[in-house]
Design a protein. Structure first.
Length: 277
């Protein structure tokens, strides 16, 4: 067997394997989507058959019974504030780390990198949140999400900024611009690819997370979408899978929309944000 034929065979096997892996995600998603329009009896088959009658009222019932209006607004608020804060802080920190050539900046860079591999310790964090009086509130969740996402975001920004010519900074400084003016007027507009990448990754990470709301949002009126789904699942999973599926669809829909809208920026941002020496 020639090397060329072996290469084609390998690629074909790899494509088939990737197709099977994608089906492992797509098939359950389609079962969930179709099941959200079925009646309680029909949905228990968990198949890909079209509903005999499309029950769009399932979504209205879920929205009313699941309290999704409050959960959705909570998720939007926490995700938006956390994402914007993460982008702002991590990009400024990355600018300083990328432009400062000192032992301190190198130490801080690796200190940020360590944050990407060390998991959050729940019990000590709860105790610390109680000490500062944040426990149970929106601020608690927002600060934790920022802390958890800044490390990786800073890592991406640093690699991208290192690829920008220093002459841009120097020209602005010669014109009398301050450090903040240089960053916001010169550097930040050039960060669009990595900004979009960080926004998408952080958005999806926060929107889908259930751990922080579960441990740090004690008031049900402040629960986010994943936690409301968890509660709804416990209430209706035994008898009304159609309502559970409708709840899940409404939860994952924003993530799918964001991903489809801006997926092209993920690869470009990760590639251009790769570490450059």
């Amino acid at each position: 067997m020639s090397a060329k034929l072996k290469s084609r065979l390998f690629v074909s096997v790899l494509l088939v394997f990737m197709l099977l892996l994608s089906l492992a995600v797509i098939v359950p998603l389609m079962i969930m989507l179709l099941g959200s329009f079925k009646n309680p009896t029909e949905v228990t088959a968990f198949d890909l058959k079209l509903p005999k009658v499309w029950l769009f009222g399932n979504y209205a019932e879920v929205f009313e019974k699941g309290g999704l209006a409050t959960a959705f607004s909570n998720s939007i608020f926490i995700t938006a504030v956390s994402t914007c804060t993460t982008i702002l802080i991590s990009s400024i920190a990355a600018f300083v780390l990328a432009r400062k050539k000192s032992s301190l900046s190198r130490f801080l860079y690796y200190f940020f990198f360590i944050g990407t591999i060390i998991p959050m310790q729940v019990i000590p964090t709860i105790k610390l949140s109680n000490v500062f009086g944040f426990y149970g509130g929106y601020m608690n969740a927002i600060l934790l999400y920022c802390a958890l996402n800044i490390s990786f975001s800073c890592f991406l920004y640093t690699g991208f900024i290192k690829g920008l010519p220093r002459s841009l900074d120097e020209a602005a400084f010669l014109d009398g611009a301050s450090v903040f003016r240089v960053f916001f007027s010169v550097i930040f507009p050039l960060l669009k690819p990595v900004n979009m990448t960080v926004m998408i990754l952080v958005f999806m990470n926060i929107w889908n997370d259930i751990n922080i709301p579960l441990y740090f949002l004690t008031n049900p009126s402040k629960w986010t979408m994943p936690l409301s789904v968890y509660q709804f699942f416990g209430m209706y999973s035994g008898s009304n899978w159609n309502l559970v599926f409708a709840d899940l669809v409404m939860t994952v829909l924003p993530v799918i929309i964001v991903f489809l809208f801006a997926q092209k920026y993920i690869i470009s941002g990760l590639t251009e944000g790769a570490l450059k020496e």
